[in-house]
Design a protein around this ligand. Structure first.
Ligand code: 6PG
Length: 241
């Protein structure tokens, strides 16, 4: 079954710092536009370390925080305050310090275990249509969220919006992840890619190899913010949106 092709816009930056500054500005601009359009801004947060600097910049930025609705693209099945939880990092460096009402921040209750958390988050998302923005990271093997090569990605139409993961190659093994289809139901998708280890995944992606990241196919295409050192000599737009 053919899957929609992905339109990718590559934005290369000399350093992770410059990448984070540009990404934070893009997010704030998109939020302003969404709030002007609909009175709210729904964003799905990426996990891992790459977004940390972006979240720190958002913490010190001026935004209409009361209009934000915050979701998560995936979560590790760990206790809520575990330092490895994606929701804990986002709270510590950003969300605990801005005026977004607590009931507008929707962590995945992964402490319940994969199945119960999947059922609960599926219910949470029932009332949510297209996201305004989805943030995603990229793993060294081309994974994104908790969708891994050789595992289910949830790319078929009709795939469930939320998936239970029991055998993640990246610890911990038990996780919850939005499916590729649900992550693609977004007005904008931004990938944040830093770290020398990602070079092969970027090369695979740009050469058209099917990796989980390339299975995210929103109508408007995706914007990949990456360190230019990951391009390995090929040309890309440098820093201009
Ligand atoms: C997770 C993330 C995962 C992450 C990538 C990149 O829970 O681990 O969702 O998909 O985004 O593994 O991680 P880094 O940004 O730390 O390189």
């Amino acid at each position: 079954m053919s899957h929609p092709t992905q339109t990718c816009r590559w934005h290369a930056y000399p350093t992770a710092g410059e990448l984070s500054q540009a990404a934070a500005q893009k997010i704030l601009h998109s939020a302003q536009q969404a709030i002007a359009r609909s009175g709210r801004f729904s964003i799905v947060l990426a996990g891992g370390n790459s977004p940390r600097q972006v979240y720190e910049l958002l913490r010190i930025s001026d935004a209409d925080w009361r209009c934000w609705q915050v979701y998560f693209g995936d979560e590790r099945c760990l206790p809520p305050q575990d330092k490895e939880r994606n929701s804990r990092m986002a709270a510590e460096v950003w969300l605990d310090h801005v005026a977004t009402p607590r009931d507008q921040i929707h962590p995945i209750p992964s402490e319940l275990g994969p199945e119960q958390a999947t059922a609960a988050y599926t219910k949470t998302l029932e009332a949510v249509g297209e996201f305004d923005m989805v943030l995603l990271g990229l793993g060294e093997d081309g994974h994104t969220a908790s969708l891994f090569p050789g595992h289910a990605w949830g790319i078929e139409q009709g795939s469930p919006p939320v998936m239970s993961i029991f055998d993640s190659p990246k610890p911990p093994p038990q996780r919850v992840s939005l499916s590729a289809v649900r992550l693609g139901q977004a007005h904008e998708v931004l990938f944040l890619v830093t770290g020398a280890g990602k070079r092969q995944a970027i090369s695979d992606w740009r050469s058209g190899k099917a990796i989980p990241a390339s299975a995210i196919t929103p109508r408007g295409g995706v914007d990949v913010y990456l360190e230019e050192s990951l391009l390995g000599g090929s040309h890309a737009e440098t820093g201009k949106m």
